[in-house]
Design a protein. Structure first.
Lengths: 227, 227
DNA sequence: CCAAAAGTGTTACGCCTACACCCATGG
DNA sequence: CCATGGGTGTAGGCGTAACACTTTTGG
């Protein structure tokens, strides 16, 4: 074992806080749990945890997510490191925010409820502890940036979805109305949605085609190449 | 003094690494210093430092920047936290990358040279230690995003500059040629550059007007409002 | 005078927006 | 048959790219 050459420097508690986005009832929601002890008892909190010696920040975020939702292989992305000296009044703790995108499904919700957690619409958040509101806003901005560049239907809606499903999701993410016809043309022109041929009749009598997201590279195997 | 409620958790070394961008000889450059000891002796390194108990990440980045350049009030922005377990072979150190924009000037360069530091063009970087190459690439991407949305002439060129100066800076940032006429029209249409009336004759016989960046809000005091 | 940079004008094209309009069908 | 959501078509506006053109002036 080598001597630690950095001994003279401070060591710090490092945590991760997860902004877990889900989509339900045509609303973008965030999973929060109620803080049951002081300080800030009664306020709501993101799911978080301390980073261990032998895990990366991403590992820690995945662990936190797994513990509460039971899900693995979830899309997540680092957002920002928060480090104000008194952000946690109990001790000096830096926290790195991650956001994650998951499908809200009933069976998962049981596990969620066990922890007392609850899905809150981003448009109607409760009082939050520390800097957690900032964390959510930072994450929402990043999500908007991502959604503006690529289609995130798969993560929040499931494997197949109608164009209207996707439009409503985008309206929830960007918190504004979107023209249905223009949205359809724009999305389809990106060439990453594959029509499954099946129709969904839950929303209309005519029925809407269900699409599947196909990553750009895979399309080379499907679309014929002219010569 | 309260008891520390988090005692059971690990503490970590946390560092910041600064990607210091400058502009010189029509090239975007990064300030690096040569590592004089093993491991990775002879390779080049970003300017970095450990985060103290009583400072934020931003504070630490400002301190590092001040120590090497003697400059304060520099524009800087957090980029990403790197946390691979073996990224520093000597110990487990997480590092948060910041990028900064500074004007390269001769007097500052003396201080820089004292430390053995050197400006390297981003298009022609030397071998770097650890994950510092990734840090620079992440930072460059962020810089491009920022430059795409707002004008960053002031930070890298100085208080006044010609449209051609700015065009060459943008060509350095985006590493591609830009049409002069279109660039001029686009930049001026943003309405955030104010013509000083003075001309710079260094680059041409005709002379080019020097412009000053004026933040959007201040323009309300200058541009008359029609009724 | 003329090379070279500064600055203006012109045209074409692609994308986005707004909105009118058809289609299909369950009740 | 008709209200409702699914889906298509079209015209105008705007920003951009490409590039031709005019202006200025030191050497």
């Amino acid at each position: 074992m080598h001597a630690d050459p950095y001994k003279i420097h401070s060591r710090h508690y490092v945590a991760v806080d997860c902004v877990i986005f889900g989509y339900e009832d045509e609303m973008l929601k965030v999973l929060l749990y109620p803080r049951g002890f002081e300080p800030s008892e009664g306020n709501w909190s993101l799911l978080g945890g301390f980073v261990d010696e032998d895990e990366t920040l991403g590992d820690a975020a995945r662990r936190v997510l797994y513990n509460i939702t039971g899900l693995r292989n979830i899309y997540q992305e680092q957002v920002h490191a928060f480090s104000a000296l008194k952000r946690d009044p109990a001790a000096r703790v830096m926290s790195v925010t991650y956001y994650a995108l998951i499908r809200i499904r009933q069976q998962d919700n049981d596990l969620v409820r066990e922890h007392g957690a609850k899905w809150w619409p981003v448009a109607d958040l409760p009082q939050l502890i520390f800097d957690h509101y900032d964390m959510i806003m930072h994450s929402l901005l990043r999500l908007q940036q991502k959604a503006g560049v690529e289609i995130i239907g798969r993560e929040l809606l499931g494997d197949t979805f109608t164009i209207t499903n996707l439009k409503k999701l985008y309206e929830a993410i960007f918190q504004r109305e979107i023209d249905a016809g223009n949205f359809r043309k724009k999305i389809l022109s990106l060439g990453v949605l594959q029509n499954t041929g099946r129709k969904d009749k839950h929303e209309s009598k005519k029925g809407a085609y269900l699409y599947r997201y196909v990553p750009p590279d895979n399309l080379l195997n499907i679309v014929p190449i002219y010569k």
